[in-house]
Ligand binder design. Sequence first.
Ligand SMILES: Nc1ncnc2c1ncn2[C@@H]1O[C@H](COP(=O)(O)OP(=O)(O)OP(=O)(O)O)[C@@H](O)[C@H]1O
Length: 827
Amino acid sequence: MTVQSTLRHSAAEEAIAAFFEKYNTLFRSRLRNTTRTSRLLATLALATSIILAAEGSRRWWKRKHVENEQGRKLVRTNSWLRHKDGSRTIYVPYKDGTSKVVIHGTKALTFEAHRRLFLNPPRVSGLGDGHVPSAQTKPGLNLAFLHQFLSLMSIMIPRWTSKEAGLLVSHGAFLMLRTYLSLVVARLDGEIVRDLVAGNGKLFLWGLLKWCGLGGFASYTNAMIKFLESKVSIAFRTRLTRYIHDLYLNDNLNYYKLANLDGGVGQGADQFITQDLTLFCASAANLYSSLGKPFVDICVFNYQLYRSLGPLALTGLLSNYFLTASILRRLSPPFGKLKAVEGRKEGDFRGLHARLIANAEEIAFYGGADMEKTFLNKEFKSLKNWMEGIYMLKIRYNILEDFILKYSWSAYGYLLSSLPVFLPAWGGLGGASERGEHREKDGRERTRMKDFITNKRLMLSLADAGGRMMYSIKDLSELAGYTSRVYTLISTLHRAHANAYYVRGRENELYSLSDVQGTIQKGFDGVRLENVPIVAPALWPQGGDELVESLSLVVRRGDHLLISGSNGVGKSAIARVIAGLWPVYRGLVSRPKNIGEDGIMFLPQRPYLSIGTLRDQVIYPDGEADMREKRKSEADLKRALEQARLGYLPDREGGWDTRKEWKDVLSGGEKQRLAIARLLYHEPQYAFIDEGTSAVSSDVEGLLYETCKEKGITLITISTRASLKKYHTYNLVLGMGERGDEWDLQRIGTQREKMHVERELQELHERLSQVEKWKTRHEDIEKELAKVWVEGGDEVSPPPYLKTEEEEGGGGSTAALSQVETDVVSV
Ligand SMILES: Nc1ncnc2c1ncn2[C@@H]1O[C@H](COP(=O)(O)OP(=O)(O)OP(=O)(O)O)[C@@H](O)[C@H]1O
């Protein structure tokens, strides 16, 4: 044995040596025959290509390194790169490094082209009156679903040359391949059984070998089908998500309008974008294989069966399909509608949880856990009941579906397979072989066996395909539910984006979104309102509430305006109208073009702190890249913080790059001061400060106002604090008159104002003298009481409330007095 193996070993070595020798000699002889020049040229070419390749690799490596570094930096600083064509390059953390993504924003023209699909659906689809899509259309297998699905498809597959189309074609190719493999497998199955029955071992083994090879290939095909399906789903999702984000987050403030003005998708779009969209894309990608593949299967297998079983069998098969489909369609519950409602309920439940997290501190202070739990349990119960209802409906449907598709279909299949045997004249190729070609008994039985096995397998595959097709009626109804939700979201976004609020054949309600007639002019050096009613809007199509009938004012550079008035009169509403959050129903609003630098900035009543580093909090809404572009450094930020009396913050929090949940880390006053620091960093020309210093002590408040004015920022302050008057030139008082919808604009320090202050002083003096009177009366009462207490002989100690007042030196009256004195001083 050892000798043999050694011999075999040396023979192999010799063969390799001979092979090497042969090609070596060939190469040398060729080389010898070439001229010196060509050898030199060849050497030169080789050397150059080596050098170029090395240089190329070096550059590639360097570029990759620089890109990696840049990616890491941009991720760290929440920034991205902007390109001239409007696209953006963002980097996202991926494995140990980053991955680069180029995002091309959706063009305005694309939105316009799509608007027709989403806002003016064809009348035949039954979606609204041809002008306004109605969200109430019941999702189901109807023309509306077809229109909605095709409209979404035009976003998901924008061009035939797009990546998605490529993925679908490859997916389709693999699906066809699997159909073909099923056919081959069916035939092979028949052959293997035939060889087994005939006792032909060699052919039987060969058949098994082919079976295994085919199995490997079929497994690969199946895996690829699943993989491509997931790729299609994620590609669809990417397209739709980016499209929706482009519509949702833009200068038109649709993210605000959707929840506050339109109300078409309820309280928020989050559930639609995160969950419904995902389910829709998975379902749409799956539809291709759950409907497309069985369809191809059915065509191919039917043809095969027609050939082997004859026309009678085919007629039987087809009528069976139609019968089953019509029974199932008639008896299937409205899965689309059920799914759409389930999605809404899921959204509500999730929304409550999000609300709990966002307001955890406030709820904790109030100890509101029980109340919140009740809300959550109630919402969950409603969701649970709904889902249980769906499951109950599904049980009945599944029983019927299973019985028809699995058992009655197989019985029917056996019946059809027996056609060539019992009715050879109607049995196609099988019948022909029964009648003549294999008259010998053994041979006939074997062929019958082979044909039966092949036909049975075909029938099984057919039943499977038909079953999947029938099951997909349910999938299709569910898809209709998701489609309706995603379509509703996109059409609502288009409606908000295009301000397409009009109702046909109906009167507009006063101050509804269809009744917006005002103009907003951007690019004015100042803030001007001309006959603008201030209206708190209601959800469309209802009309809003008028807070101020008609407001006119002009704020020029350096004219600082204080807007005051009692709570709820519409002070912040003015800021909302000027910022474009609320519509300008009538009149003209003029304001600077830009928001932020060189324009106007709004500091909202509730300070907002973004995710990111401490630096990001000061420069918001800029990113670090924007900050560097503006040639600002950390020293500038530090200065802004110091001016806002927050200079200690970077040291306390561990530097500019610290990331924290800032809304929990900073105190109420610190948050407000941080907002002022933001203002000082951006240095806009005009600033709206809505109760921006209500939690800041009054000494610091004054300093902050002075600093802002020194920087040349014209302030429009919304506040109820009269002490802020001294930092402003004008005072707009809202909520005057009997109905509280009148207003008054005055220059601070005018004769009228002086008279007003004097009147107030007079009132305060009157109150003061009343307090004096009360003090004398109080002393008299005390004396009277002291007499009563010593009446019994023993001195009784005075009651606790009097004792406390005395110990405090003067009691309640003195406190009231000092309060009045403070008021007089502040006036
Ligand atoms: N998003 C909204 N949609 C509809 N109405 C609103 C909305 N926000 C506020 N309102 C209503 O508009 C009215 C004015 O609100 P606004 O916030 O302007 O009051 P304010 O004068 O600033 O009060 P405060 O001093 O308490 O801040 C209130 O009656 C309020 O109920």
